[in-house]
Design a protein around this ligand. Structure first.
Ligand SMILES: [Cu+2]
Length: 82
């Protein structure tokens, strides 16, 4: 999954198997900070091309996530873990 311009996660809906990991990669050419923040993880600021954060999902469920800076602009998404 990438964090990209204009202020979105691509893709922003993912379905994975339990114990799979998701890697969020910064891919916004503008250099504005983004975060990948969910109920049990927080990437902190990602600010440069290729910078990434990986989180492994060990529980099944549906987990909403967002960017702390652009949540109100719709930079949100959902991971479904089966
Ligand atoms: Cu953002």
């Amino acid at each position: 999954m990438t964090l990209t311009d204009p202020y979105r996660f691509a893709p922003n809906t993912l379905t994975i198997a339990r114990c799979d990991a998701v890697k969020a990669v910064y891919a916004d050419s503008t250099g504005v900070p983004h975060t990948w923040h969910g109920p049990t993880w927080n990437s902190g600021d990602l600010t440069s091309s290729g910078q990434s954060y990986t989180y492994r999902f060990t529980s099944a469920g549906t987990f909403g996530f967002y960017c702390d800076y652009h949540r109100s602009l719709g930079m949100t998404g959902t991971v479904t873990v089966r």
